[in-house]
Design a protein around this ligand. Structure first.
Ligand code: PLP
Length: 400
């Protein structure tokens, strides 16, 4: 009779939340484990064990610098992207003369920029929040119009975490250069979502400061970096010994830094052949969903968008209800992971002017380099079935 027992069917979850975090790459794990096993020396120690660790940190710095077209001396390792953003905003503020206390940010910044901006506002700074259009783009002309004689810093993210829209940073930099470079107005861009998904050249973008997050491109959590263009006036926000050119004290997290270096090398190798694997899976998913769900709407820019990010609004259903009905088949979220428990409508979609029903129906699906076509088929099938289940009851009630 043992055969009569129903068998538990274990389904593998299709992971489509690479904008929340990414699986740690095999190369990264190898680099980190090697450090943990063999490289425990303090990089500041003068003997060989210390020098070896310093060598690992230096090699990782070169790799990270290469990923974004920067010099090694322009990379400051931090504990995460949040810390890098705080260092950028608060560090510029600390270095600024008292008469320059105007900051410009976009309306769709991650809290890791929006909150330090609010903190500065509470300290007496004037903060201009730039609107975005229906695709989530900031107009470079709006930046130009907002610049003032007392503007110290403009901070606009490179790519948005919820809808993937890529901002015209080089054009924004050109506007600042035309009007403000003589006044030393600085430009910061949070590239936490962009790194590893699109080529980044800090020089070509014209930024002074740029934020990276290790765990968004297959390094571990607990490591980030801030690009600081040579000569940028910046003060530390933590105080201690003189690590990281005096900008970020604290003994270096050597394993995580080595892992970040390995992730940067992997990202560079992959991007050298384009972004096909990300983009093809994303577009395959979009096509499957569009074909089965009349009224499905794309949120974000149709073209200027991260190649892995698909934010869609399901009609007549809340995004959360669809994800709940899909159960463990698909790992995705209705917005940023840090607001996952939050039922409030997304501030990003609100800033883009989406009506409440469309904003409530939104789901963010984000592919990774290792996402397979078969996984996309499984995920699409689960999401379509979930949407049908969620909308079936109201449809039946309407008919009766
Ligand atoms: N900036 C952006 C655009 C992000 O998407 C995130 C994370 O979601 C962060 C900053 C913060 O990253 P972390 O939580 O790793 O500090």
């Amino acid at each position: 009779m043992a055969n009569d027992k129903p068998k538990t069917v274990y389904r593998k979850t299709v992971y489509l939340d690479h904008n929340a975090t990414t699986p740690v790459a095999a190369e990264v794990i190898e680099a980190m484990v090697d450090c943990l096993r063999n490289g425990y020396g303090n990089p500041s120690s003068a003997y060989s064990l210390g020098r070896q660790s310093a060598g690992r940190v230096a090699a990782a710095r070169r790799s990270v610098a290469l990923l974004i077209g920067a010099g090694e001396d322009e990379i400051v390792f931090t504990g995460c992207a949040t810390e890098a953003n705080n260092l950028a905003l608060l560090g510029v503020a600390a270095a600024c003369p008292a008469e320059r206390r105007h900051l410009i940010v976009s309306a769709i910044e991650h809290p890791a920029v929006a909150e330090p901006a609010r903190h500065l506002q509470a300290q007496g700074w004037d903060v201009t929040v730039l609107p975005v259009d229906g695709h989530g783009r900031v107009a470079p002309a709006a930046v130009a119009a907002a610049l003032r004689p007392d503007t110290a810093l403009v901070s606009v993210m490179l790519a948005n975490n919820e809808v993937g829209t890529i901002q015209p940073i080089a054009e924004i930099a050109a506007e600042i250069a035309a009007l403000g470079r003589a006044r030393d107005i600085l430009l910061h861009s949070d590239a936490a979502q962009a790194a590893g998904k699109m080529p980044i050249d800090a020089e070509a973008l014209g930024v002074d400061l740029l934020t990276l997050a290790g765990h968004k491109f297959q390094a571990s959590k607990g490591i980030g970096a801030l690009y600081v263009r040579r000569g940028t006036p910046l003060r530390p926000i933590l105080f201690g010994a003189g690590h990281e050119q005096g900008l970020r004290p604290g003994t270096e997290n050597v394993p995580a830094i080595a892992g970040l270096g390995a992730a940067a090398e992997l990202a560079l190798r992959r991007l050298a052949d384009g972004d096909g694997p990300l983009r093809e899976r994303r577009d395959q998913l979009h096509e499957l969903l569009v074909a089965a769900i009349p009224g499905l709407r794309l949120n974000g820019h149709p073209d200027a968008r991260l190649p892995n990010t698909l934010n869609v609004s399901f009609p007549d259903a809340s995004g959360q209800a669809v994800l709940t009905a899909a159960g463990d088949a698909v790992a995705a979220s209705v917005g940023a992971a840090c607001h996952a428990g939050d039922q409030a409508p997304s501030g990003v979609l609100g800033a883009m002017g989406l009506d409440p029903a469309r904003a409530a129906g939104a789901v963010r699906l984000s592919t990774g380099w290792e996402t397979s076509a078969a996984e996309i088929e499984t995920a699409a099938e689960a999401l379509i079935r979930a949407w049908n289940d969620v909308t079936a009851a109201p449809r039946a009630a309407n008919r009766s």
